[in-house]
Design a protein around this ligand. Structure first.
Ligand SMILES: Cc1cc2nc3c(=O)[nH]c(=O)nc-3n(C[C@H](O)[C@H](O)[C@H](O)COP(=O)(O)OP(=O)(O)OC[C@H]3O[C@@H](n4cnc5c(N)ncnc54)[C@H](O)[C@@H]3O)c2cc1C
Length: 312
């Protein structure tokens, strides 16, 4: 027997700040949204500890707890939150076809993509073990915890330079670990880090291990030309080697930039496909914060509502 097809007005893919905020707005607007959480219910903030920069929490809050609050608020207004991974879509048809876990077929009048992005990591055992205990992929999020301290950052692109400069404003000293004898970053960004007296660039250098049992106390690095090994006494270790947007399943339909970030029409969350909207980190390689993701989640729900109204 062919599987039953479910028809929904608004399908939200992803359960980070963007997806849940879209759900809150869509549910309160009477659009009965269905939200699929994906493999990381609650999104990226579930792998961090303190979140101190989200407005409304004057004492800060733990990331997983905050995302529980988001989920409860979305459910309170009737969002159907379901565990499941969207595995295939067909946006060439109306309503849009979405397959979950290779089994369930949904036909959606509108789809809100809020699948976020994943930070790239070096792949060291110590990096995974100390993640959230001094290891971070977000200087803007976690730099403040290392105020006045010495930190290291790995990376050689524009983002790494920007984050190194950001850290230099807060921290005592920043070691910038660069694998080659040159950087990928633009000249202007390179100049900014090279001229900053608080930033020491370690060229031709790779990280062997991040040191510490329960928190970062240093990093052992090796010069890949001279083979000289040294230990940096740092309490924070930042990885800025890029992010990967979780947008692969949409690539045959949705316009994206070279890195896979979804292109939206400026001032909106509209994609090139009618009735498909994108919000949060999946379409934002610049700000990448919970509050900006939530903001665009709100926009996506309002855009979806207006689109549906225009079709009535
Ligand atoms: C370690 C760390 C610390 C951070 N700290 C802060 C901080 O202190 N303050 C701050 O503002 N920001 C912080 N950030 C950044 C913040 O987490 C992100 O900007 C924000 O989570 C982006 O929200 P999002 O909803 O776009 O996506 P995400 O949070 O990435 O959520 C994406 C969601 O999509 C789901 N998904 C993916 N693919 C599929 C699929 N195929 N089907 C269904 N679902 C799918 C995932 O399961 C997940 O639920 C931090 C990030 C990290 C990694």
């Amino acid at each position: 027997m062919a599987p039953e097809i479910e028809k929904v007005k608004v399908l939200i893919i992803g359960s980070g700040p963007a997806g849940y905020t879209a759900a809150i707005y869509a549910a309160r607007a009477g659009m009965n949204p269905v939200l699929y959480t994906g493999g990381q219910p609650g999104g990226q903030l579930t792998i961090t500890t303190d979140v101190e920069n989200y407005p409304g929490y004057p004492d800060g809050i733990m990331g997983p707890e905050m995302m529980e609050d988001f989920r409860k608020q979305a459910e309170r207004f009737g969002t159907k939150v379901r565990y499941g991974l969207v595995t295939k879509v067909n946006f060439n048809v109306q309503p849009h076809q979405v397959i979950v876990d290779d089994q369930v077929e949904i036909h959606a009048d509108t789809v809100i993509i809020s699948t976020g992005a994943s930070a790239k990591w070096l792949g060291l055992e110590s990096e995974e073990r100390l993640n959230g205990k001094g290891v971070s992929a977000c200087a803007v999020c976690d730099g403040f915890f290392f105020k006045g301290q010495d930190v290291a950052i790995v990376g050689a692109g524009d983002t790494a330079c920007e984050e190194a400069s950001y850290l230099a404003n807060i921290c005592n000293k920043v070691y910038m670990i660069v694998r080659r004898d040159e950087m990928r970053a633009s000249q202007i960004m390179q100049k900014r880090v090279m001229n900053n007296p608080k930033i020491e660039i370690l060229w031709n250098t790779e990280t062997e291990e991040i040191l510490g049992d329960d928190e970062v106390i240093g990093a052992r690095v090796v010069n890949n030309v001279t083979k000289e090994v040294k230990e940096l006494a740092v309490s924070g270790f930042f990885v800025a080697i890029g992010h990967e947007p979780n947008t692969g399943i949409f690539k045959d339909f949705i316009n994206m930039d070279d890195s896979g970030y979804i292109k939206t029409i400026p001032g909106s969350t509209k994609t090139n496909i009618e009735g498909v909207f994108a919000c949060g980190d999946a379409q934002d390689h610049i700000y990448r914060q919970a509050v900006t993701a939530a903001g665009t989640g709100c926009m996506a729900a309002l855009d979806a509502e207006r689109y549906l109204a225009s079709k009535e």
